[in-house]
Design a protein around this ligand. Structure first.
Ligand code: SF4
Ligand code: SF4
Length: 392
């Protein structure tokens, strides 16, 4: 993928989106479903959906993302799409498992209603792996027919794939399979320690370090300029050589938004996050949570320094940026501070570096743009001869 593609992706990532839940029910039973804890079999009343759509427009969102549960199970989905268009959303997007799209008649109605984009969650091109994931016999053929119908009716079609223990070895072939059908946009999501994934952790968790050979084969396809491949929650450390796949840092705001109330309870009333504990080592926002804990304890956070291996005379006296603790946090400002000053990443090669224990690594945006290759681990036996002067 070119730098030009990186700029396009950054622009898309910053588009104001509004997510609207249509149902709390799904006709699949995916092993790693993030929504499992929120499902109760209910359909969200149209009036409630409309209020959410209106709220999104008041907040100047231009893209409405209809999700669930499974949103195609909402009996009034066609009406909802039409209303979204009437309210002025320039782009309407459906997130679906694709099974009900096996009916071409239904797909035509979605098109006529004004739907622009369909994102299908299709976690493998192999029937056995697909149905081991969804837990539903027959789901593979329905979803594949759904994909074919969506492409036939000229929707913008993207495919979400949750990388997990069942599919990582065949990820490259899965991408090639869908590409041959006409898909050009993919989102590769890292499995996270929440919802069904945590309950089924033995079945779905895998080691991204050990899987690197397979993952890199798949990431290599991103060099095809006709393909748009995104990653989601995949730690940057596993993307060496493919740094333009590192998720846009601003997306962290969406992750935090989901848990904002829990973070606020922690800061104001000392109530620990319900997920705190064993899950943290698998969690994409662990660095942010550690910073919040440090902020609460020490009442101050300072900007991180640049990598030891890039130290020069220029930045010897660089002034640190400081964030002071407030019980009522301005989240947007704090996240801007975090992303600009604390969102740093390291290479797997750093483990061999003399400074690994003391060095914070490099700012994520520098790595996205210049690659991990700028880091130069210092051999342990030579390190004592190297004079460290901060760049930042
Ligand atoms: S790192 Fe934070 S959000 Fe993630 S599991 Fe731990 S406490 Fe929860
Ligand atoms: S190689 Fe890694 S650990 Fe070593 S100085 Fe550079 S960023 Fe720090």
């Amino acid at each position: 993928m070119s730098n030009n593609n990186l700029q396009i992706k950054d622009k898309v990532a910053q588009e104001k989106r509004h997510w609207i839940r249509l149902t709390r029910v799904c006709n699949n039973n995916c092993l790693f479903c993030l929504d499992k804890e929120n499902q109760n079999g209910k359909i969200i009343p149209v009036g409630e959906v409309m209020k959410k759509l209106e709220q999104g427009r008041r907040e100047k969102a231009s893209r409405a993302i209809l999700s669930g549960g499974e949103p195609t199970l909402h009996p009034q989905i066609i009406k909802i799409i039409k209303e979204a268009k009437k309210l002025g959303y320039s782009h309407t997007q459906l997130i679906s498992n694709g099974r009900l799209l096996a009916s071409e008649k239904f797909v035509k109605k979605l098109k006529e209603a004004g739907l622009d984009e369909i994102t299908l969650s299709l976690h493998s091109h192999r029937k056995k792996d697909f149905e081991a994931t969804t837990g539903i016999k027959g789901s593979y053929l329905q979803a594949m027919q759904g994909l074919v119908n969506a492409l036939k009716h000229n929707f913008i079609v993207s495919v979400d794939i949750v990388i997990n223990k069942i599919n990582y070895k065949t990820l490259k072939n899965t991408l090639i399979f869908f590409t041959k059908l006409g898909v050009t946009e993919f989102d590769l999501l890292q499995v996270t320690p929440f919802g069904g994934a945590w309950l089924n952790k033995e079945k779905v968790f895998y080691s991204a370090s050990k899987a690197s050979k397979y993952l890199n084969e798949a990431f290599e396809l991103s060099k095809n300029k006709d393909l748009f491949i995104w990653t989601n929650r995949l730690p940057a450390i596993h993307l060496e050589g493919y740094e333009n796949l590192i998720q846009q840092p601003i997306k962290l705001k969406d992750e935090i938004k989901e848990r904002r109330r829990e973070f606020e309870n922690y800061l104001a009333a000392d109530i620990p996050l319900p997920c705190f504990g064993k899950r943290c080592r698998y969690c994409f926002i662990a660095g942010f949570c550690q910073d919040l804990t440090a902020l609460k304890k020490f009442k101050i956070l300072k900007s991180k320094s640049g990598p030891f291996c890039l130290a020069t005379n220029n930045g010897l006296n660089q002034k640190k940026k400081i964030w002071q603790f407030q019980k009522k946090l301005n989240w947007d400002n704090f996240l801007n501070f975090y992303i600009k000053n604390r969102y740093f990443v390291k290479s797997l090669r750093c483990k061999k570096c003399r400074y690994d224990n003391r060095c914070d690594g490099a700012w994520i945006q520098d790595i996205r743009e210049k690659g991990f290759k700028i880091l130069r681990p210092v051999k342990k036996q030579n390190a004592t001869k190297t004079k460290i002067i901060w760049l930042k």
